[in-house]
Ligand binder design. Structure first.
Ligand code: SAM
Ligand code: DTB
Ligand code: SF4
Length: 361
């Protein structure tokens, strides 16, 4: 078995990414089979628990308040609503629920307490619970862990260099800082990024270096293809070619053998054949459900048909790691600290975002 390396360089990763396709596929699939059951795919369902109105300026995101997109926003959902959706996801074969909130960062108080209750509720349904709530402090991560959170998703999104071109309201280091806070707990780390934002292949390799040199490497790495949403600064980006997704998945698999590589946003644009090559190249997780957070995703029945055609089986919950224990709020060891974290505002000048905000005036 090849060993896990945390000292990958950008040049080495570029050499892997640019291999002849057949060599790349063979190497990725060989490693995939050493570490995983190649016929098993983990299925997650996204629930957008708080949609739209976000103060950040992520150039790809339809939920940023400053862009004029056509999404329907909503305040934080109730625990009851989330439980009903989680039960539906479970009955359609999902082992994990990932709750997303259009927040810059988590603020202690009533809403965070409500999210903690959602985590407790879903963990008690014997499903893996993941959250993606923006930046969090170490204390907030500890409180989520106590509630029974299985994974926290916080993407690096791109290379440190290209990140500045896409987002100005927080820095790449802030992203790493939240990942470090999650790592101090027993919550698993889910972190990946987006391709198709106009980045170079060097940027893709740069993002993968940042992920692969984390020690330990993230347990899950989502690879999203940009969903170019009208009204966002990236609305005119051309869709990526399937070969780019395949190369990205295969490279991720080779340099992070143990991680679950998540074929994430953008599957509505991919053929079943294209997705099958991604599974062969090491993708072993998807988001299922007719919607991602705000944009469309393939129909669940179509995905199940694809699984049947390919002989793929949905992974059972807690196959990779045991179920976390839920501590009730009344027995919690951690109090809310009401911290006001100081996040950096690098103040980069972003041409695309400036163009968008001028257009809005
Ligand atoms: N607000 C939190 C944050 O940004 O960390 C959590 C939700 S945010 C929507 C989660 C991730 O979704 C982003 O980091 C990004 O990778 C992905 N995402 C958002 N919009 C996307 C798009 N249009 N296409 C592909 N991925 C997207
Ligand atoms: C991730 O990497 N992709 C998911 C999940 N983590 C939260 C989100 C994709 C969002 C796509 C755009 C939308 O639906 O709003
Ligand atoms: Fe807000 Fe997250 Fe969207 Fe950025 S990606 S605008 S932080 S919801």
């Amino acid at each position: 078995m090849s060993s896990i390396r945390n000292n990958w360089t950008k040049e080495e990763i570029l050499n892997v990414y640019n291999k002849p396709m057949m060599d790349l596929l063979f190497e990725a699939s060989t490693i995939h089979r050493q570490y995983h059951d190649p016929n098993q795919v983990q299925v997650s369902t996204l629930i957008s628990i708080k949609t739209g109105g976000c103060p950040e300026d992520c150039g790809y995101c339809p939920q940023a308040a400053r862009y004029h997109t056509d999404i329907k926003g909503n305040d934080l959902m109730s625990v009851k609503q989330v439980k009903a959706q989680a039960l539906r996801a479970k009955s359609s074969g999902s082992s994990r629920v990932c709750m997303g909130a259009a927040w810059r960062n988590v603020k202690d108080g009533k809403e965070f307490d409500q999210v903690l209750e959602m985590v407790r509720t879903i963990n008690k349904l014997d499903m893996e619970v993941c959250c993606t709530l923006g930046m969090i402090t170490e204390n907030q991560a500890q409180r989520l862990a106590e509630a029974g959170l299985y994974a926290y998703n916080h993407n690096l999104d791109s290379s440190e260099e290209y990140y500045k071109e896409v987002i100005s309201t927080r820095g790449f280091k802030d992203r790493l800082n939240t990942i470090e806070n999650v790592r101090k707990t027993n919550i698993t780390v889910c972190s990946g990024g987006i391709i198709g934002m106009g980045e170079t292949i060097e940027d893709r390799a740069g993002m993968l270096v940042a992920l692969a040199t984390l020690n330990p490497q993230p347990e899950s790495v989502p690879i999203n293809a940009l969903v170019a949403v009208e009204g966002t600064p990236l609305e005119n980006q051309k869709p990526i070619e399937i070969w780019d997704m395949i190369r990205m998945v295969a490279t991720t698999r080779i340099i992070m053998p143990e991680t679950q590589v998540r074929l994430s946003a953008g599957r509505t644009q991919m053929s079943r054949e294209g997705q099958a090559i991604c599974f062969f190249a090491g993708a072993n997780s998807i988001f299922a459900g007719d919607k991602l957070l705000t944009t469309p995703n393939p129909d669940v029945n179509e995905d199940m048909k694809m699984f049947a055609t390919l002989g793929l089986n949905p992974q059972k919950p807690f196959t990779k790691k045991s179920q976390p224990k839920t501590v009730e709020a009344s027995e919690s060891e951690f109090n809310s600290l009401g911290e006001k974290p100081k996040w950096s505002r690098p103040g980069h000048k972003i041409e695309r975002n400036l163009v968008a905000s001028n257009k809005a005036k």
